[in-house]
Design a protein around this ligand. Structure first.
Ligand code: IPE
Ligand code: IPE
Ligand code: MG
Ligand code: MG
Ligand code: MG
Length: 324
Protein backbone atom coordinates (compact mmCIF):
# COMPACT_ATOMS: atom_id res chain seq x y z
CA UNK A 1 0.00 0.00 0.00
CA UNK A 2 1.13 3.54 -0.68
CA UNK A 3 1.32 6.32 1.93
CA UNK A 4 -0.33 9.71 1.45
CA UNK A 5 3.05 11.19 0.51
CA UNK A 6 3.67 8.44 -2.09
CA UNK A 7 0.23 9.00 -3.58
CA UNK A 8 0.73 12.74 -3.71
CA UNK A 9 4.01 12.26 -5.52
CA UNK A 10 2.50 9.77 -7.95
CA UNK A 11 -0.34 12.15 -8.68
CA UNK A 12 1.88 15.21 -9.13
CA UNK A 13 4.12 13.36 -11.55
CA UNK A 14 1.11 12.35 -13.61
CA UNK A 15 -0.32 15.88 -13.52
CA UNK A 16 2.96 17.42 -14.68
CA UNK A 17 2.95 15.24 -17.78
CA UNK A 18 -0.61 16.15 -18.61
CA UNK A 19 -0.35 19.96 -18.54
CA UNK A 20 -2.04 21.66 -21.45
CA UNK A 21 0.12 23.18 -24.16
CA UNK A 22 -2.59 23.72 -26.78
CA UNK A 23 -3.62 27.04 -28.34
CA UNK A 24 -5.00 29.55 -27.71
CA UNK A 25 -2.80 30.21 -24.73
CA UNK A 26 -5.37 32.66 -23.29
CA UNK A 27 -7.62 29.64 -22.72
CA UNK A 28 -5.05 27.13 -21.43
CA UNK A 29 -2.68 29.33 -19.43
CA UNK A 30 -5.22 29.95 -16.64
CA UNK A 31 -5.93 26.20 -16.56
CA UNK A 32 -2.26 25.38 -16.02
CA UNK A 33 -1.89 28.30 -13.61
CA UNK A 34 -4.58 27.14 -11.22
CA UNK A 35 -3.59 23.46 -11.50
CA UNK A 36 0.03 24.27 -10.66
CA UNK A 37 -0.74 26.68 -7.86
CA UNK A 38 -0.52 23.77 -5.46
CA UNK A 39 -3.19 23.02 -2.94
CA UNK A 40 -3.45 19.97 -0.78
CA UNK A 41 -4.45 17.58 -3.59
CA UNK A 42 -6.83 16.08 -1.10
CA UNK A 43 -9.48 14.84 -3.51
CA UNK A 44 -7.23 12.96 -5.97
CA UNK A 45 -5.25 11.45 -3.10
CA UNK A 46 -8.48 10.25 -1.48
CA UNK A 47 -9.65 8.77 -4.78
CA UNK A 48 -6.35 6.90 -5.08
CA UNK A 49 -6.60 5.79 -1.46
CA UNK A 50 -10.08 4.46 -2.21
CA UNK A 51 -8.62 2.39 -5.06
CA UNK A 52 -5.58 1.31 -3.04
CA UNK A 53 -7.79 -0.03 -0.29
CA UNK A 54 -8.90 -2.79 -2.66
CA UNK A 55 -6.07 -3.09 -5.15
CA UNK A 56 -2.28 -2.84 -5.21
CA UNK A 57 -2.37 -1.75 -8.86
CA UNK A 58 -3.65 1.84 -8.90
CA UNK A 59 -2.01 3.51 -11.90
CA UNK A 60 -5.19 3.08 -13.89
CA UNK A 61 -7.03 5.25 -11.33
CA UNK A 62 -4.81 8.26 -12.17
CA UNK A 63 -6.99 9.70 -14.97
CA UNK A 64 -10.04 9.68 -12.68
CA UNK A 65 -7.94 11.24 -9.89
CA UNK A 66 -6.92 14.02 -12.27
CA UNK A 67 -10.52 14.41 -13.43
CA UNK A 68 -11.62 15.03 -9.84
CA UNK A 69 -8.81 17.52 -9.22
CA UNK A 70 -9.58 19.41 -12.44
CA UNK A 71 -13.26 19.55 -11.50
CA UNK A 72 -12.35 20.83 -8.03
CA UNK A 73 -10.14 23.54 -9.55
CA UNK A 74 -12.83 24.47 -12.06
CA UNK A 75 -15.26 24.94 -9.17
CA UNK A 76 -12.72 27.14 -7.39
CA UNK A 77 -12.17 29.37 -10.43
CA UNK A 78 -15.89 30.03 -10.72
CA UNK A 79 -16.32 30.17 -6.92
CA UNK A 80 -13.70 32.91 -6.69
CA UNK A 81 -15.61 34.98 -9.24
CA UNK A 82 -18.85 34.45 -7.33
CA UNK A 83 -17.22 35.16 -3.93
CA UNK A 84 -15.22 38.12 -5.30
CA UNK A 85 -12.08 36.52 -3.86
CA UNK A 86 -8.71 37.93 -4.86
CA UNK A 87 -6.39 35.41 -3.24
CA UNK A 88 -6.12 31.64 -3.67
CA UNK A 89 -3.28 29.47 -2.38
CA UNK A 90 -1.40 32.67 -1.58
CA UNK A 91 -1.56 33.94 -5.19
CA UNK A 92 -3.97 36.07 -7.25
CA UNK A 93 -7.13 34.24 -8.27
CA UNK A 94 -7.59 33.43 -11.96
CA UNK A 95 -10.09 36.22 -12.62
CA UNK A 96 -7.84 38.79 -10.94
CA UNK A 97 -4.78 37.65 -12.90
CA UNK A 98 -6.38 36.97 -16.29
CA UNK A 99 -9.76 38.73 -16.16
CA UNK A 100 -13.31 37.58 -15.55
CA UNK A 101 -13.98 36.27 -19.05
CA UNK A 102 -10.87 34.10 -18.90
CA UNK A 103 -12.07 32.74 -15.57
CA UNK A 104 -15.45 31.83 -17.01
CA UNK A 105 -14.19 30.24 -20.21
CA UNK A 106 -11.15 28.47 -18.79
CA UNK A 107 -13.46 27.11 -16.10
CA UNK A 108 -15.81 25.81 -18.79
CA UNK A 109 -12.89 24.15 -20.56
CA UNK A 110 -11.81 22.51 -17.31
CA UNK A 111 -15.24 21.00 -16.85
CA UNK A 112 -14.93 19.43 -20.30
CA UNK A 113 -11.39 18.23 -19.56
CA UNK A 114 -12.84 16.50 -16.51
CA UNK A 115 -15.01 14.38 -18.79
CA UNK A 116 -12.12 13.66 -21.13
CA UNK A 117 -10.16 12.17 -18.24
CA UNK A 118 -13.10 10.20 -16.92
CA UNK A 119 -13.51 8.77 -20.40
CA UNK A 120 -10.01 7.26 -20.15
CA UNK A 121 -11.22 4.64 -17.73
CA UNK A 122 -9.37 1.41 -18.43
CA UNK A 123 -12.38 -0.77 -17.82
CA UNK A 124 -15.06 0.59 -20.19
CA UNK A 125 -17.66 -1.63 -18.50
CA UNK A 126 -17.42 0.68 -15.47
CA UNK A 127 -17.78 3.92 -17.38
CA UNK A 128 -21.52 4.28 -17.24
CA UNK A 129 -21.73 3.62 -13.47
CA UNK A 130 -18.88 5.99 -12.73
CA UNK A 131 -20.27 8.71 -14.98
CA UNK A 132 -23.60 8.43 -13.17
CA UNK A 133 -21.88 8.94 -9.80
CA UNK A 134 -19.90 11.85 -11.16
CA UNK A 135 -22.87 13.55 -12.84
CA UNK A 136 -24.88 13.30 -9.65
CA UNK A 137 -22.18 14.90 -7.51
CA UNK A 138 -21.39 17.56 -10.12
CA UNK A 139 -24.98 18.81 -10.28
CA UNK A 140 -25.14 18.67 -6.47
CA UNK A 141 -22.08 20.93 -6.23
CA UNK A 142 -23.96 23.47 -8.38
CA UNK A 143 -27.00 23.14 -6.12
CA UNK A 144 -24.84 23.71 -3.05
CA UNK A 145 -23.18 26.74 -4.60
CA UNK A 146 -26.59 28.23 -5.39
CA UNK A 147 -27.80 27.70 -1.80
CA UNK A 148 -24.57 29.31 -0.59
CA UNK A 149 -25.33 32.38 -2.74
CA UNK A 150 -29.03 32.43 -1.77
CA UNK A 151 -28.14 32.34 1.92
CA UNK A 152 -25.96 35.48 1.65
CA UNK A 153 -29.09 37.61 1.37
CA UNK A 154 -31.41 35.40 3.40
CA UNK A 155 -31.91 36.76 6.91
CA UNK A 156 -32.40 33.51 8.74
CA UNK A 157 -31.02 30.13 7.78
CA UNK A 158 -31.56 26.93 9.79
CA UNK A 159 -28.46 25.02 10.85
CA UNK A 160 -29.94 21.98 9.09
CA UNK A 161 -30.19 23.95 5.83
CA UNK A 162 -26.60 25.12 6.25
CA UNK A 163 -25.41 21.54 6.80
CA UNK A 164 -27.26 20.42 3.68
CA UNK A 165 -25.68 23.28 1.74
CA UNK A 166 -22.12 22.34 2.73
CA UNK A 167 -22.84 18.68 2.07
CA UNK A 168 -23.76 19.65 -1.47
CA UNK A 169 -21.10 22.24 -2.24
CA UNK A 170 -18.19 20.42 -0.62
CA UNK A 171 -18.67 16.94 0.75
CA UNK A 172 -20.27 15.10 -2.17
CA UNK A 173 -17.13 15.67 -4.28
CA UNK A 174 -14.93 14.14 -1.59
CA UNK A 175 -17.43 11.31 -1.04
CA UNK A 176 -18.03 10.62 -4.72
CA UNK A 177 -14.30 10.67 -5.46
CA UNK A 178 -13.69 8.05 -2.79
CA UNK A 179 -16.50 5.91 -4.16
CA UNK A 180 -15.22 6.18 -7.73
CA UNK A 181 -11.72 5.22 -6.54
CA UNK A 182 -13.10 2.23 -4.65
CA UNK A 183 -15.03 0.98 -7.69
CA UNK A 184 -11.96 1.37 -9.92
CA UNK A 185 -10.05 -0.66 -7.32
CA UNK A 186 -12.63 -3.42 -7.63
CA UNK A 187 -14.69 -2.81 -4.48
CA UNK A 188 -18.13 -4.34 -4.03
CA UNK A 189 -20.99 -1.83 -4.26
CA UNK A 190 -21.67 -2.12 -0.53
CA UNK A 191 -18.10 -1.24 0.44
CA UNK A 192 -17.99 1.60 -2.09
CA UNK A 193 -21.17 3.00 -0.51
CA UNK A 194 -19.68 2.85 2.99
CA UNK A 195 -16.67 4.77 1.71
CA UNK A 196 -19.01 7.34 0.19
CA UNK A 197 -20.62 7.79 3.62
CA UNK A 198 -17.19 8.04 5.22
CA UNK A 199 -16.31 10.78 2.73
CA UNK A 200 -19.62 12.57 3.14
CA UNK A 201 -19.07 12.92 6.89
CA UNK A 202 -15.40 13.87 6.51
CA UNK A 203 -16.39 16.43 3.87
CA UNK A 204 -18.88 18.16 6.15
CA UNK A 205 -16.24 18.36 8.89
CA UNK A 206 -13.78 19.64 6.28
CA UNK A 207 -16.08 22.54 5.32
CA UNK A 208 -16.72 23.37 8.99
CA UNK A 209 -12.95 23.69 9.38
CA UNK A 210 -12.82 25.80 6.21
CA UNK A 211 -15.36 28.15 7.81
CA UNK A 212 -13.29 28.33 11.01
CA UNK A 213 -10.07 29.02 9.11
CA UNK A 214 -11.75 31.71 7.02
CA UNK A 215 -12.08 33.77 10.22
CA UNK A 216 -9.43 32.40 12.55
CA UNK A 217 -6.76 31.11 10.14
CA UNK A 218 -3.20 32.41 10.12
CA UNK A 219 -3.02 34.82 7.13
CA UNK A 220 0.59 33.70 6.52
CA UNK A 221 -0.44 30.09 6.02
CA UNK A 222 -4.10 30.12 4.95
CA UNK A 223 -3.58 31.39 1.39
CA UNK A 224 -7.01 33.03 1.18
CA UNK A 225 -8.18 36.37 2.56
CA UNK A 226 -8.98 35.94 6.24
CA UNK A 227 -12.43 37.40 6.94
CA UNK A 228 -13.68 36.93 3.38
CA UNK A 229 -16.78 35.03 4.55
CA UNK A 230 -17.68 37.80 7.01
CA UNK A 231 -17.24 40.49 4.36
CA UNK A 232 -19.61 38.57 2.04
CA UNK A 233 -22.25 37.86 4.72
CA UNK A 234 -21.71 34.11 4.22
CA UNK A 235 -24.03 32.13 6.42
CA UNK A 236 -21.31 30.02 7.99
CA UNK A 237 -21.81 27.89 11.08
CA UNK A 238 -20.02 30.61 13.07
CA UNK A 239 -22.44 33.30 11.94
CA UNK A 240 -25.58 31.20 12.32
CA UNK A 241 -24.64 30.18 15.86
CA UNK A 242 -23.88 33.81 16.69
CA UNK A 243 -27.24 34.93 15.33
CA UNK A 244 -28.82 32.27 17.52
CA UNK A 245 -26.93 33.20 20.69
CA UNK A 246 -25.99 36.89 20.59
CA UNK A 247 -27.76 39.10 23.13
CA UNK A 248 -27.68 42.75 24.17
CA UNK A 249 -24.79 44.79 22.82
CA UNK A 250 -23.34 41.82 20.91
CA UNK A 251 -26.61 41.40 19.06
CA UNK A 252 -26.84 45.09 18.18
CA UNK A 253 -23.25 45.15 16.97
CA UNK A 254 -23.74 41.97 14.96
CA UNK A 255 -26.84 43.26 13.19
CA UNK A 256 -25.13 46.59 12.49
CA UNK A 257 -22.05 44.82 11.10
CA UNK A 258 -24.14 42.59 8.83
CA UNK A 259 -25.76 45.56 7.14
CA UNK A 260 -22.44 47.38 6.73
CA UNK A 261 -21.01 47.08 3.24
CA UNK A 262 -18.81 50.19 3.38
CA UNK A 263 -16.02 49.23 5.77
CA UNK A 264 -15.06 45.58 5.37
CA UNK A 265 -12.05 45.60 7.70
CA UNK A 266 -14.07 47.12 10.55
CA UNK A 267 -16.86 44.66 9.83
CA UNK A 268 -14.47 41.70 9.96
CA UNK A 269 -12.95 42.94 13.21
CA UNK A 270 -16.32 43.47 14.85
CA UNK A 271 -17.87 40.17 13.84
CA UNK A 272 -14.70 38.25 14.78
CA UNK A 273 -14.87 39.78 18.26
CA UNK A 274 -18.48 38.64 18.66
CA UNK A 275 -17.53 35.13 17.50
CA UNK A 276 -14.87 35.12 20.22
CA UNK A 277 -17.28 36.37 22.88
CA UNK A 278 -19.76 33.65 22.06
CA UNK A 279 -17.15 30.88 21.64
CA UNK A 280 -18.71 29.71 18.39
CA UNK A 281 -15.38 28.35 17.13
CA UNK A 282 -15.41 25.83 19.96
CA UNK A 283 -18.97 24.84 19.04
CA UNK A 284 -17.95 24.32 15.42
CA UNK A 285 -15.02 22.14 16.53
CA UNK A 286 -17.34 19.98 18.63
CA UNK A 287 -19.63 19.44 15.66
CA UNK A 288 -16.60 18.50 13.54
CA UNK A 289 -15.67 15.87 16.09
CA UNK A 290 -19.20 14.43 15.89
CA UNK A 291 -18.93 14.14 12.12
CA UNK A 292 -15.50 12.55 12.37
CA UNK A 293 -16.81 9.97 14.78
CA UNK A 294 -19.70 9.12 12.46
CA UNK A 295 -17.30 8.93 9.52
CA UNK A 296 -15.24 6.28 11.29
CA UNK A 297 -18.31 4.10 11.87
CA UNK A 298 -18.66 3.85 8.09
CA UNK A 299 -14.96 3.21 7.54
CA UNK A 300 -15.14 0.40 10.10
CA UNK A 301 -17.86 -1.28 8.06
CA UNK A 302 -15.72 -1.52 4.91
CA UNK A 303 -14.80 -5.16 4.53
CA UNK A 304 -11.03 -5.02 4.20
CA UNK A 305 -8.35 -5.78 6.74
CA UNK A 306 -8.14 -3.14 9.50
CA UNK A 307 -4.48 -2.43 8.78
CA UNK A 308 -5.34 -1.25 5.24
CA UNK A 309 -7.49 1.56 6.67
CA UNK A 310 -4.80 3.22 8.77
CA UNK A 311 -3.72 5.76 6.14
CA UNK A 312 -7.31 6.91 5.64
CA UNK A 313 -7.83 7.14 9.37
CA UNK A 314 -4.69 9.21 9.83
CA UNK A 315 -5.53 11.53 6.96
CA UNK A 316 -9.04 12.16 8.32
CA UNK A 317 -7.61 12.94 11.76
CA UNK A 318 -5.01 15.30 10.27
CA UNK A 319 -7.65 17.15 8.26
CA UNK A 320 -9.42 18.15 11.45
CA UNK A 321 -6.27 19.92 12.63
CA UNK A 322 -5.31 21.48 9.32
CA UNK A 323 -4.20 25.11 9.07
CA UNK A 324 -4.40 25.44 5.28
C1 IPE B 1 -11.21 24.64 -0.99
O1 IPE B 1 -10.77 23.32 -1.00
C2 IPE B 1 -12.67 24.66 -1.27
C3 IPE B 1 -13.48 24.03 -0.23
C4 IPE B 1 -14.34 23.12 -0.48
C5 IPE B 1 -13.37 24.47 1.15
P1 IPE B 1 -9.32 22.92 -0.48
O2 IPE B 1 -9.09 23.50 0.87
O3 IPE B 1 -9.15 21.46 -0.62
O4 IPE B 1 -8.39 23.68 -1.51
P2 IPE B 1 -6.95 23.30 -2.08
O5 IPE B 1 -7.16 22.50 -3.31
O6 IPE B 1 -6.19 22.54 -1.03
O7 IPE B 1 -6.32 24.63 -2.38
C1 IPE C 1 -16.28 26.39 -1.94
O1 IPE C 1 -16.70 26.90 -0.76
C2 IPE C 1 -17.06 25.26 -2.49
C3 IPE C 1 -16.82 25.10 -3.94
C4 IPE C 1 -15.86 25.67 -4.57
C5 IPE C 1 -17.70 24.24 -4.67
P1 IPE C 1 -15.92 28.20 -0.29
O2 IPE C 1 -16.32 29.39 -1.07
O3 IPE C 1 -16.01 28.27 1.20
O4 IPE C 1 -14.40 27.82 -0.68
P2 IPE C 1 -13.15 28.77 -0.50
O5 IPE C 1 -13.13 29.17 0.96
O6 IPE C 1 -13.33 29.92 -1.42
O7 IPE C 1 -11.98 27.90 -0.84
MG1 MG D 1 -15.04 30.89 -1.95
MG1 MG E 1 -18.02 30.02 -2.12
MG1 MG F 1 -14.40 28.95 2.48
Amino acid sequence: MLSVEDLQELFLKYLKNELFVQSPKELYEPVNYILQLGGKRLRPVLLLMGANLFSEEIDHALPAALAIEIFHNFSLVHDDIMDEAELRRGQPTVHIKYGQNAGILSGDAMLILTYQYLNQLKNPGQLSAILAIFNQLAIEVCEGQQYDMNFETQESVEIAAYLKMIELKTSVLIAGGLKIGALIGGAAEEDANELYEFGRHIGIAFQLQDDILDTFGDPEKFGKKVGGDIAQNKKTFLLLKSLEQAKGQDREDLMAALSDSTNPSQKIEQVTRIYQNLKVQEQASELMEDYLEKAFIHLDRVKVEKSRKIFLQNLANQLMMREI
